[in-house]
Design a protein around this ligand. Structure first.
Ligand code: LP5
Length: 258
């Protein structure tokens, strides 16, 4: 089998959903053979700081990342809206590398942008306001210095507010804004973008650009697999059955007129 670079996001690992951790652990043999593993945000449900004790239910997932690193598989992690407080201390402990919120990587000769994707949902004005506030360095500094109990309460309160708000929002508002995506890709000089956050797994071809969207792990593991042949978006059921959700072969962007 051709060597794979694997992308995943939006696992939202949590005590209440041990099946998601099991899904990740079940993939270890495949992850261990990958060229690299990229986690594009929201690995965990809510991260309140590297100084907080790690929930015992999450430790097996972090230990897996550590084993991958020790086996020579680089693991890269980008922040999502749930885990933007993951810091270098956790990265050092489990041997993964933190990426900035937008990066361009070389994927089999093609420059590809990676992002969690929440920054592209610019029609969701209330969320973008919250994002600006939470990501502000001063807010982050303050949050990280609050007592742990208060941080837990704040995180739970935010989740509750968010659950209520998203229950009432129009689905379109919670998707990426096409103009924002175009500007973002032009600014980074790429024709291919991989992101998560919206939980709408698909591969979109839009105006000569390709946008691969990862899915959440509520109904199975969702992996985007890149090889020298192209991209394949897969859902892996708990019974082991794999469904190919979408595919694109290199060149992902056909030349004009082809
Ligand atoms: O998360 P998801 O996918 O369900 O919804 C997101 C947006 N919501 C969020 C909030 C997170 O779920 C909460 C994460 C908490 C864990 C992080 C730790 C924080 C640190 C706390 C202590 C150390 O990101 C949701 C989007 C949706 O994606 C789709 O894009 O719509 O956004 C909202 O729901 C936001 C609401 O519209 C507005 C909520 C107002 C809350 C105001 C509180 C202000 C507090 C400021 C604190 C400095």
């Amino acid at each position: 089998m051709a060597q794979e670079t694997l992308f995943l996001a939006d696992l939202h690992l949590r005590e209440q959903a041990p099946e998601v951790t099991r899904r990740l652990l079940a993939l270890e043999p495949r992850l261990a053979k990958a060229q690299a593993v990229y986690i594009l945000g929201d690995l965990v449900e809510a991260w309140i700081g590297d100084d907080a004790p790690i929930d015992p239910d999450l430790l097996p997932a972090f230990a897996l990342l550590q084993r991958l690193n020790e086996a020579g598989v680089p693991v890269y992690l980008q922040h999502g809206n749930r885990d933007f407080l993951i810091g270098p201390r956790l990265a050092r402990r489990f041997g993964f590398r933190l990426l900035s919120e937008e990066v361009v990587v070389d994927l089999y000769g093609q420059p590809v942008a990676l992002a969690h994707g929440d920054q592209l949902c610019t029609d969701d004005l209330a969320y973008q306001r919250l994002r600006r506030r939470l990501r502000h360095p001063i807010t982050r500094f303050i949050l990280q210095h609050l007592p742990l109990g208060l941080r837990r309460k704040l995180a739970a309160g935010l989740r509750e507010r968010s659950r209520k708000a998203t229950g009432h929002k129009d689905a379109g508002i919670m998707d990426v804004n096409p103009d924002t995506v175009t500007t973002f890709m032009q600014r980074l000089g790429v024709k291919v973008l991989i992101h998560g956050h919206t939980h709408r797994p698909a591969i979109h071809h839009e105006d000569g650009r390709l946008r691969a969207v990862l899915g959440d792990w509520e109904d199975g593991a969702v992996l985007l697999c890149a090889t020298a042949d192209g991209l394949r978006l897969e859902r892996i059921e708990d019974a082991g059955t794999t469904t190919v959700l979408a595919e694109a072969t290199w060149p992902l962007i056909p030349p004009a007129g082809a």
